[in-house]
Design a binder for this molecule. Structure first.
Ligand code: NAD
Length: 355
C-alpha cells in the first residue's frame, strides 16, 4: 500500500480519487483535517476497503511509527502542508510547524521504517515530496522559465517553508540514502479547490454577485495546470522517476491573473448568465499582497523528456471543466462555506477514523 499525507486537501483528494479508480493498491490517507482538509471531497470512497483514512498530524512521531509498522507502506506521497500564501503572511508559525518540522518528522519516521525493510523492498521504496514552483522566486517578464537547476529564492513565508522542506528531503537522500523524488509544480486548479484560492473564489463570488477582488494591477503571471494532470505527473514520477531527482511539472499556460478572472467571467456568462449583466462588472482591484511575486513560469521539459509526461488538458479545456464542476457541485461549495463539511465528517467518518 501507499501512505498519502494531506489526502483530504485539494490536490491530495484528487490524487487519492484517481489512485483508487486506477489502481488495486490500497491507500492509507493521513490528514490532520485542518480548515483545508475536507473528507466530503472523498465521499465517494466511504466504505471502500482500498481507502483507509486516519486523522492525524505528520508531526506526531508515535502515530507515524505505529502506522508504518502496521501498514508497511511501499511508498509515501507527501502532500500535507499549509498552502495558502496570504495565511502565511498573517501567521507564518503554522507553516514552519507543518511544512518544515512536520516534513522533518515524516522523513525520520520514514527513514526508520525504510531502514528495516528487506533489501528488495528497500530498493523499491519511494518518498515522493510534492512541492511548488514558488521555491524558485519570481521572474522578470523576459526571463526564461524555471528549470530544475534554478536557484531557490523564496519570497513568502509559505515558499520559504516549502523550500526548507525540499532541502530536507534532498539531504535525507544524500546523507541517509532514502530513495526520494520531488516534484515542483505550478498553480493547480480544478475540482475540490478550497474557495479561498483565486479560481474557485472568483467562481463562487461571481455566482453570489459579490465583488471579484483582484490584487494590484492583476498582471501577476502564473503557469496553470489542471489538477488531474498534476496527479498523473506524480504517478509517473513515483513509478519511474530517477531517485534523488526533482522534476518540474507545469501546464505551459502562462497567464496574468486578470485574464484568468476574465475567462471565468466569460464562461459563467455562457453557462449561468446573470440578469444583472456580465460577471466582469464585479471585478474590483484591491491593494496588492506584500512581496507579491510578479511571474512564475515552469520549464517542464525534463519530465517530458525522461518520462514522456505531458498535460492532457489545455487551459481552455481545463477551466471549462472546472467552472462546470463548481456549477454542478453547489452543495460541496455551500458546505465548505458554511463549515457544514465538518459536521458531515463527524457523521460519516467518525467510526472509520482512528487516532
Ligand atoms: N495548490 C497548488 O496550486 C499547489 C501547487 C504546487 C504544489 N502544491 C503543494 O501540493 C501540496 C498540496 O496542496 P493543496 O493545494 O492540496 O493544499 P491544501 O491546503 O488544499 O491541503 C493540504 C492538506 O494537508 C492537511 N494538513 C495540513 N497540515 C497537516 C499536518 N500537520 N498533518 C497532516 N495533514 C495536514 C490539511 O488538512 C489539508 O487536507 C502542498 O504540499 C503544496 O505545497 C500546491
Amino acid at each position: 500500500m501507499i501512505l498519502v499525507t494531506g489526502g483530504a486537501g485539494f490536490i491530495g483528494a484528487n490524487f487519492v480519487l484517481d489512485w483508487v479508480a486506477a489502481s488495486a493498491e490500497p491507500v492509507l490517507n493521513l490528514d490532520a483535517l485542518t480548515y483545508a482538509g475536507n473528507l466530503e471531497s472523498l465521499g465517494s470512497l466511504a466504505g471502500n476497503p482500498r481507502h483507509r483514512f486516519v486523522q492525524g498530524d505528520i508531526a506526531d512521531r508515535p502515530l507515524l511509527d505505529r502506522l508504518m509498522a502496521e501498514h508497511r507502506p511501499r511508498a509515501v506521497v507527501h502532500f500535507a502542508a499549509e498552502s495558502h500564501v496570504d495565511r502565511s503572511i498573517h501567521g507564518p508559525g503554522a507553516f514552519i510547524k507543518t511544512n518544515v518540522e512536520g516534513t522533518f518528522t515524516l522523513l525520520e519516521a520514514t527513514r526508520a521504517h525504510w531502514a528495516q525493510l528487506p533489501a528488495t523492498e528497500k530498493a523499491a521504496f519511494r518518498f515522493h515530496h510534492v512541492s511548488t514552483d514558488e521555491v524558485y522566486g519570481s521572474l522578470g517578464p523576459g526571463d526564461p522559465a524555471f528549470t530544475e537547476a534554478h536557484p531557490f529564492e523564496p519570497n513568502s513565508p509559505y515558499s520559504a517553508s516549502k523550500a526548507a522542506s525540499d532541502h530536507l528531503v534532498r539531504a535525507w537522500h544524500h546523507t541517509y540514502g532514502l530513495p526520494v523524488v520531488t516534484t515542483n509544480c505550478s498553480n493547480n486548479y480544478g475540482p475540490y479547490h478550497f474557495p479561498e484560492k483565486l479560481i474557485p473564489l472568483m467562481i463562487v463570488n461571481a455566482l453570489a454577485g459579490k465583488p471579484l477582488p483582484v490584487y494590484g494591477d492583476g498582471q501577476q503571471v502564473r503557469d496553470w495546470l489542471y489538477v488531474k494532470d498534476h496527479c498523473s505527473a506524480i504517478r509517473e514520477v513515483l513509478a519511474r522517476g530517477r531517485v534523488g531527482e526533482t522534476y518540474n511539472v507545469g501546464g505551459w499556460n502562462e497567464k496574468p491573473n486578470i485574464e484568468i478572472v476574465q475567462t471565468v467571467c466569460a464562461l459563467l456568462d455562457e453557462m449561468r448568465p446573470s440578469a444583472a449583466g456580465p460577471h466582469a462588472r464585479l471585478i474590483t482591484f484591491v491593494a496588492d499582497r506584500p512581496g507579491h511575486d510578479r511571474r512564475y513560469a515552469i520549464d517542464a521539459r525534463k519530465i517530458e523528456r525522461e518520462l514522456g509526461w505531458k498535460p492532457a488538458e489545455t487551459f481552455e479545456t481545463g477551466i471549462r471543466k472546472t467552472v462546470r464542476w463548481y456549477l454542478d457541485n453547489a452543495d460541496w461549495v455551500a458546505h465548505v462555506q458554511s463549515g457544514a463539511y465538518r459536521d458531515w465528517v463527524a457523521t460519516q467518518y467518525s467510526e472509520r477514523a482512528s487516532a
